[in-house]
Design a protein around this ligand. Structure first.
Ligand SMILES: NC(=O)c1ccc[n+]([C@@H]2O[C@H](COP(=O)([O-])OP(=O)(O)OC[C@H]3O[C@@H](n4cnc5c(N)ncnc54)[C@H](OP(=O)(O)O)[C@@H]3O)[C@@H](O)[C@H]2O)c1
Length: 281
């Protein structure tokens, strides 16, 4: 097994989460091989979702890895069609069965869907609180919720969400909602930290990378970590999986961080759906 030591941070629950994990969005082909390779390299935090359709193969890779369950951090997310409480419970049972585990370390509502379910972005939250109370989700949180959406959840929540997972990378740093979540004690996670690959080809990131002997992808990932976000880049390419993991032996200078901060394109830099309009079931 690998000797990579991945730092952890502490969730509001007191549990530790590796600050660096492996993303599995669009990993639909050779899922078993891809996840097995990541685990062999030393990744111990896997981010999946009901929507990705790969939980069963992720579960098979984990089972065959021989890694003890308590050495792994597993995240999944409630799919858009499952916000009704009954569907949330049924689908969550499938998630646990597919992942071959009694619990996930983190379960998130994937999208707020303000134009569906009568506009009630809080609908599944009490069910996630149930999963948490039963110990089947060791932490619970929100993904893609904007500030007004989070405020609605906070009004009805018995348990303040532990985590907010949103898109964030140099071209779309998404600072306001991340700051809001942190002010409420949540841990922030940055999805698409490589801007779905764009970061690897950006001229400014490439210049910084060349000056410190790193790759552009490593610079983007390091920037996210130094901002205090938890990240889980995805790569189906073994060489890139290893490259991405190698971000704990250097630091960015203050001036390089400022140059990366200046890549902010606001809304134009967003790569994924907008939380207000995403309504795909
Ligand atoms: N909550 C949400 O709504 C949400 C939305 C999106 C993503 N996520 C999570 O966040 C994870 C990461 O986001 P993402 O998969 O969208 O995008 P990402 O990690 O920002 O980028 C992945 C892309 O970058 C390429 N890549 C990876 N490492 C590279 C390197 N070192 N050099 C050059 N290119 C590299 C990959 O190519 P290859 O694979 O071909 O190597 C792939 O095309 C997802 O997998 C998922 O777990 C969550």
């Amino acid at each position: 097994m690998s000797s990579v030591q991945i730092p952890t941070t502490t969730l509001p629950t007191g549990a530790k989460i590796p600050v660096f994990g492996f993303g599995t969005y669009k990993v639909t082909h050779k899922v078993y091989e891809t996840v097995s390779h990541a685990l062999a390299l030393g990744y111990r935090h896997i981010d999946t979702a009901q929507m990705y359709g790969n939980e069963a193969e992720v579960g098979r890779a984990i089972a065959d890895s021989g890694i003890a369950r308590n050495e792994l951090f597993l995240t999944s997310k409630l799919d858009n069609g499952n916000h009704d409480p009954k569907d949330a419970r049924t689908s969550f049972a499938h998630t646990l069965a597919d992942l071959r585990t009694d619990y996930v370390d983190l379960f998130l509502i994937h999208w707020p869907l303000p134009s569906l379910y009568g506009g009630d972005v809080t609908l599944p939250w009490p069910v996630l609180e149930e999963f948490y109370a039963q110990g089947q989700a060791r932490a619970i949180g929100l993904s893609n919720y904007s500030i007004p959406h989070i405020e609605k959840v906070l009004k009805i929540a018995k348990i303040t969400p532990h985590v907010l997972q949103v898109e964030a990378h140099p071209f779309f740093p998404n600072n306001e909602v991340r700051a809001f979540a942190r002010a409420h004690g949540m841990t922030t996670q940055a999805w698409s930290p490589l801007a779905r690959g764009r970061a690897a080809h950006d001229p400014q990131l490439s210049r910084i990378a060349a000056s410190i002997g790193k790759s552009s992808a490593q610079v983007a990932l390091r920037w996210a970590l130094e901002r205090g976000d938890v990240v889980f880049p995805k790569s189906v390419t073994p060489r890139r999986q290893a490259e991405n993991l190698d971000v704990f032996s250097f630091q960015l200078s203050h001036s390089d961080r400022a140059r990366i901060d200046a890549l902010d394109e606001g809304e134009k830099g967003r790569t994924g759906s907008h939380p207000d309009t995403m309504n795909r079931l």
